[in-house]
Design a protein around this ligand. Structure first.
Ligand code: NAP
Length: 305
């Protein structure tokens, strides 16, 4: 079994920042990422509220730079899935290898929540999408709907409006929860309209999406709304199923930590969007990662005494 000071599971902003700090502490660190390094922030094109970048910065550019900084420190990054984690004995297994480690940092992030309506699964990739940055160019001069009412909807509706002829925001309440600055921008965009107090009950089509059934929650009436694309931005679920019953989590699967990112198992830390907290942003995912690395360093040092 290979030995390693630290294994970080997940290569989004939290995991990469943890790797940066661990590398600077000269911990022998391995970062394991099952998808692309950069994480779910890459589903947005630009980040506007990361300090130091007036006018915003491309998410791909920001994550590329952090990855480069991490690699300069000799941190190893592998593209694999941590399929089985023994938290108590601090053993991390991938399909091809097993690592006995001094500490583990979980930075596994979150995945888009599904609407769970008929047609969603059938038309995923054929009009249904969870990533405007990836798929918006397919909807040039087409009509799309975007479901949800948070910051993600606001930002991605603006992005989609660069391509689509009409972007209809369908939200289940009368008010959006997106930041006021984003709502102001949406209101000024004449390609964006709002279908409020409404939910999508079905996604319909033939070989690809052709319409959605929209239910007005005030009147109870349902209408067939013609569109070519359905973008779903109704929040995220933590990627923590692989840790079920191994660490304390809340009812939704977010990992419970203390302020030092320590979980309920010694030597196992969690940071970023997979942990239970009140505010989910790139900036505090990075902050979490830095704290987790410092805590892991101190834990490993305490074991060596
Ligand atoms: P979010 O803030 O959790 O909002 C999810 C939205 O989807 C809410 O409006 C919610 O409605 C709605 N929703 C949830 N389940 C639904 C369902 N089953 N059917 C219909 N609607 C449903 O999620 P988000 O916008 O994806 O953002 C996730 C996190 O990232 C947030 O913390 C957000 O602040 C952050 N973020 C920040 C930025 C930024 O600061 N620039 C950009 C993107 C994301 P209700 O309002 O009725 O609950």
């Amino acid at each position: 079994m290979a030995k390693q000071d630290l294994v970080i599971i997940g290569g989004g902003p939290a995991g990469l920042t943890a790797a940066l700090y661990a590398g600077r502490s000269r911990l022998d660190t391995l970062l394991i990422e099952k998808m692309s390094v950069g994480g779910r922030i890459l589903m947005s094109e630009i980040i506007e509220n990361y300090p130091g970048f007036p006018g915003g910065v491309s998410t791909a550019e920001l994550m590329r730079r952090i990855q480069e900084q991490v690699k300069e420190l000799g941190v190893k990054i592998i593209n694999e899935e941590a399929s089985d984690v023994d938290c108590v004995n601090r053993i991390v297994n991938t399909l091809g290898a097993s690592y006995e480690v001094g500490a583990i940092i979980i930075a596994s992030g979150a995945r888009p929540r599904k609407l769970n309506v008929p047609g969603e699964e059938q038309y995923t990739g054929r009009g249904v999408s969870y990533c405007a940055t990836c798929d918006a160019p397919f909807f040039k001069n087409k009509r799309v709907v975007i479901v949800g009412g948070g910051n993600a909807v606001a930002e991605e509706a603006m992005y989609l409006s660069r391509f689509a002829s009409l972007v209809s925001v369908i939200h289940r309440r009368a008010d959006l929860r997106a930041s006021p600055i984003l709502q102001e921008r949406m209101q000024k965009n004449n390609k964006i309209n709002f279908i409020l107090n409404s939910i999508v009950t079905q996604i319909k089509g033939a070989s690809k999406v052709e319409s959605v059934m929209v239910k007005d929650l005030l009147s109870g009436k349902e209408n067939d709304f013609v569109c070519d694309g359905v973008f779903i931005y109704i929040g995220y679920e933590p990627e923590t199923v692989f840790l079920k019953n191994k660490l304390q989590m809340d009812e939704s699967g977010f990992i419970v930590t203390d302020e030092n990112m320590a979980t309920t198992v010694g030597g196992v830390f969690a940071c970023g969007d997979c942990r239970k907290k009140g505010f989910y942003q790139v900036i505090n995912a990075c902050g979490d990662g830095a704290v987790a690395a410092d805590s892991a360093y101190k834990f490993i040092a305490s074991q060596e005494k």
